[in-house]
Design a protein around this ligand. Structure first.
Ligand SMILES: Cc1cc2nc3c(=O)[nH]c(=O)nc-3n(C[C@H](O)[C@H](O)[C@H](O)COP(=O)(O)OP(=O)(O)OC[C@H]3O[C@@H](n4cnc5c(N)ncnc54)[C@H](O)[C@@H]3O)c2cc1C
Length: 394
């Protein structure tokens, strides 16, 4: 049932290993219908724990530990995995994505000891990770992060302040936290730190979201961390956060594709079977027009995501520009496609916990987190001068 677009997968952006992975991932998700149904009945924290464990046991997270037996996975693979999971079950995509989001800065910037402490558990799904940069007064404006990390003479840090809107806040074993260490002004005075969830002084306040999930605010009161908690270099926390978000934006676009494809397939099946005016809904021209628009948008979004993931994997200097465009288009298009699916199902489309009603709630936040649409449009506009200069000198 899980559908990738086979024509998109055949494009030279992908290699045979990606095509094989897509077939395997889709089949795995299709065979887990009971798991998805059971976890939907659980509270979001219990569901999150169960899904991380299931993904770990099935090897979906193994690539998060470069020292482990599995090969690290490229961004095309991460995107294909997210697309399959989002098609099947939002919470499974969430479990996979946040685990990868938390592990990646440890992989890219962690010391040998930090990698050995955390990556095997994150890759096995026996530990849960979270990445915490946002604050109530520092969302889009990352450089405004205020959580204070005061450094002691022995190199230890004491955290005081808050984080807001953090995925996995209520179930994480470890947080990658960006805090103000004061090496310089604004973005130059931030550092990334690894904070175990059982550190005295760390408290979690759950937040109920439109689409239920493990989510909340963090408060730190005289939270003491050893010198070994520093992830990467002091004063480089902004770089750690931006490096991560620029890479993961494409994967948010891939998740949006999964939601949109599920909505499209649901709407197409409904319009083909729904009898109306002596024929089916599908026979109406305006319905065909709406489905055609959905298909065109899906294709455009798939192409942008494939291109951005390919640019990231080949180490292109302009990969961030492509990940920004892919996220904006794929998430905005997915919102429209899900809305059209609800419209085409009529009243059946808004029944609580039906497929389209769930998708309607689940898609919304993708246009906000990891760079909201407006912020990324500004970034794309900001890249135009550079692009014009390249064109002129070519
Ligand atoms: C479901 C969910 C999960 C999340 N998970 C995490 C997580 O795990 N870790 C984490 O650290 N954070 C997380 N966040 C927080 C997320 O990163 C922020 O919500 C996001 O960065 C936007 O910040 P904000 O909510 O403070 O909105 P604001 O920064 O106040 O922005 C609100 C709006 O103002 C406009 N705007 C702001 N700046 C600009 C600009 N420069 N140009 C044009 N328009 C602008 C945009 O319309 C924007 O949507 C999550 C959020 C959600 C909804």
């Amino acid at each position: 049932m899980t559908s990738y677009d086979p024509e998109i997968l055949q494009l030279p952006f992908y290699e045979d290993a990606h095509r094989a992975l897509a077939a395997e991932a889709g089949a795995w998700c299709d065979a887990r219908r009971v798991l998805w149904e059971e976890t939907r009945e659980l509270d979001p924290d219990a569901a999150g724990r169960r899904l991380v464990r299931a993904l770990g046991e099935a090897g979906w997270l193994a690539g998060l530990d470069p020292e482990g037996p599995a090969a690290p996975e490229d961004f095309r693979t991460v995107c294909l995995r997210r697309e399959a999971l989002a098609y099947a079950e939002d919470l499974a995509d969430f479990a996979y994505a946040i685990q990868a989001l938390a592990a990646t800065p440890i992989v890219r910037f962690g010391s040998g000891a930090q990698r050995a402490d955390w990556l095997p558990g994150l890759a096995a799904g026996t530990l849960i990770g979270s990445f915490a940069v946002s604050e109530k007064e520092a969302g889009s404006d990352l450089a405004a992060v205020a959580l204070a990390a005061e450094k002691g003479a022995d190199g230890s840090y004491v955290l005081n302040g808050r984080k807001a809107w953090i995925a996995n806040a209520t179930i994480a074993d470890v947080f990658v936290v960006v805090a103000r260490t004061g090496e310089g002004p604004g973005p130059l005075g931030l550092s990334a730190l690894l904070v175990p969830a059982d550190t005295p002084g760390l408290r979690v306040e759950p937040v109920d979201a439109t689409a239920p999930r493990s989510f909340g605010h963090l408060s730190f009161e005289d939270c003491r961390l050893p010198a070994g908690a520093l992830l990467g270099r002091a004063g480089r926390g902004f770089v750690v956060a931006v490096d991560l978000l620029e890479r993961f934006r494409t994967t948010v676009g891939a998740a949006a594709l999964g939601f949109a494809r599920r909505a499209f397939d649901t709407a197409l099946a409904h319009t083909r079977s729904r009898q109306a005016y002596g024929a089916t809904l599908f026979d109406l021209q305006l319905v065909k027009g709406r489905l055609a628009d959905m298909e065109i948008e899906l294709n455009a979004a798939s192409l942008l995501v494939a291109r951005a993931a390919w640019e990231t994997d080949r180490g292109s200097r302009s990969f961030a520009r492509h990940s920004n465009m892919a996220k904006v288009h794929a998430t905005e298009a997915a919102q429209q496609i899900v809305d059209s699916a609800v419209q085409l199902l009529g009243a059946a489309g808004i029944v609580r916990d039906g497929v389209t009603e769930r998708l309607y709630r689940q898609i919304r936040s993708l246009r906000i987190y990891e760079g909201s649409t407006d912020v990324l449009r500004m970034a794309v506009a900001g890249s135009l001068d550079m692009r014009r200069a390249t064109r002129t000198t070519a």
